[in-house]
Design a binder for this molecule. Structure first.
Ligand SMILES: [Zn+2]
Length: 150
């Protein structure tokens, strides 16, 4: 896909991540875009805010999008490589493409998704990496809890 468009879409996910950070949450944001490029839903990790470990950025954006007849051609945009849970969501619903801000601070399931035909666009955005690195250094226990590594 077009790199400039991928980065514009990433900006939506980054805005969600920053809002989460401002709320005292884990700074991971996501957005689901339709095949026509329209924004279907956006969201952020709300483990801390809602006390709900199942509200990851991707699941939050997915739920905000409501029911879609088909996910063919849709793109999940996320600031961080998707965990197994969110990678499973992408495969379960047949989301066609995942745009990822960075995979340096956490390498999730995106290689597995690529093996199964999902288009992966890894932007390696330094701003996303810095945001997560700062967060993980400041809140190591919270981060371990989030990735199921506590
Ligand atoms: Zn996840």
């Amino acid at each position: 896909m077009d790199d400039a468009q991928a980065r514009r879409w990433l900006a939506t996910a980054v805005a969600e991540a920053r809002a989460g950070l401002a709320e005292g949450g884990i700074p991971i944001g996501a957005a689901l875009y339709g095949a026509d490029g329209s924004l279907l839903g956006r969201g952020r990790n709300r483990r801390v805010q809602d006390g709900d470990p199942s509200v990851h950025a991707e699941t939050s954006a997915f739920r905000a999008a409501g029911r879609q007849r088909s996910y063919r051609g849709t793109t999940m945009v996320t600031t961080l490589s998707p965990c197994w849970y969110c990678s499973g969501l992408v495969r379960q619903f047949g989301i066609s493409r995942v745009v990822i801000g960075e995979a340096r601070t956490f390498h999730g399931g995106h290689d597995w998704l690529a093996e199964h035909g999902v288009e992966i666009v890894l932007l390696d955005d330094p701003g996303c990496a810095a945001m997560m690195r700062d967060f993980v250094e400041g809140h190591p226990a919270l981060w371990s809890e989030d990735i199921g590594d506590a």
